[in-house]
Write a protein that binds this ligand. Structure first.
Ligand code: XMP
Length: 324
């Protein structure tokens, strides 16, 4: 009979047989539930022959990098390499305002950095990096079969940098039969901290698409601080698990305000919180007016450069979840 505990045992055995006694595996971790559960399974199966790589792109949420180190390295004992590539990403994004261009730059830079780090990992004598862990879930499998052809993900990885192709890495996808809620159950069963298991999804391009228009270190900082306050208040109010995803976006417009007897002219934050089951359609979350009032006041008072806060009351469709 199928139980989650059986699934873990079977999957670990399958991976051990597949990888054999000496080959090594690399995989990117993001701090999200999928990549963390994937990494934990690999760790259980082959120990330090699994190498997790975390790329700090300078577009992560507040304290995220420190948190990932703490959870994966200290907490779960995963063999982790952390790379700070913030400068590289932010340099490449200078002057770029088009959302799709930003996505492409962030994606390509990620692969470039990941490949470089992967090529510097030197496994023990006689062994070789042969596999790449991917946190593909069942819905991704379905989508790639029906819309893109089964190996689109592999192809995009291969085409960009070339190195992963040269290394001729084979894919390991331990989560490919699971839905998101099953990955969460699995994470809980494997001792991954509750906070991480229930974390809202965060897009690969990170704050790069939540700072609208040009991405600069100063703009990222404003978006990051505002987002932190919003999420902190959501957690304090006990609402985090009722909401599917919530974040702050920084709009590229200035607005007039007044602070004391001073006229200000500063930027605008848009708050977004949604409820959804599949992210294809979504409703905006109905907060108490009191809650919103408090968040707005905290953001304007605590975040330099913000003079106004708005709440996004658009459903998907016609709006998307993200602003870019
Ligand atoms: P949209 O904005 O398309 O978002 O309604 C639906 C879900 O997808 C996430 N999202 C992304 N995730 N790379 C990602 O990894 C991206 O470029 C990207 N764009 C949107 C979004 O956060 C939401 O959960």
């Amino acid at each position: 009979n199928w139980t989650m505990a059986n699934f873990i045992d079977t999957e670990i055995k399958r991976i051990r047989t597949l990888v054999g006694p000496s080959a090594e595996v690399i995989g990117a971790v993001s701090g999200g539930v999928d990549s963390t559960v994937g990494a934990k399974i690999m760790k259980e199966a082959i120990g330090d022959r699994f190498h997790a790589i975390y790329v700090d792109n300078g577009l992560m949420r507040k304290n995220e990098t420190v948190q990932v180190k703490k959870t994966l390295d200290e907490g779960l004992g995963i063999n982790l390499t952390v790379v700070d590539a913030s400068k590289q990403f932010l340099d490449k994004l200078k002057g770029v305002t088009d959302p799709e261009k930003k996505r492409k730059i962030i994606g390509n830079t990620f692969i470039h950095v990941f490949e470089k780090v992967a090529s510097e990992i030197k496994p023990k004598d006689g062994s070789q990096i042969e596999y790449l862990l991917q946190g593909t879930l069942y819905p991704d499998v379905i989508e790639s079969i029906s819309f893109k052809g089964p190996s689109q993900t592999i192809k995009t990885h291969h085409n960009v940098g070339g190195l992963l192709e040269d290394m001729k890495l084979k894919l390991i996808e331990p989560l490919r039969e699971l839905f998101k809620d099953e990955v969460r159950d699995l994470g809980q069963l494997m001792g991954i901290p509750e906070d991480l298991v229930w974390r809202h999804p965060f897009p690969g391009p990170g704050l790069g698409i939540r700072v609208l228009g040009e991405v600069t270190p100063e703009q990222v900082k404003i978006a990051r601080e505002a987002d932190y306050i919003f999420i902190e208040e959501i957690k304090k109010a006990g609402l985090y698990r009722n909401i599917s995803q919530a974040f702050a976006a920084l709009l590229p417009v200035k607005s007039v305000g007044v602070m004391g007897d001073q006229r200000t002219y500063e930027q605008v934050i848009a708050l977004r919180a949604i409820e959804t089951t599949d992210f294809m359609t979504a409703d905006w979350y109905v907060f108490d007016a009191k809650f919103l009032k408090n968040v707005a006041s905290r953001i304007v008072n605590e975040v330099d450069g913000v003079a106004r806060v708005t709440y996004d009351i658009t459903s998907k469709p016609p709006a998307t979840v993200e602003w870019e």
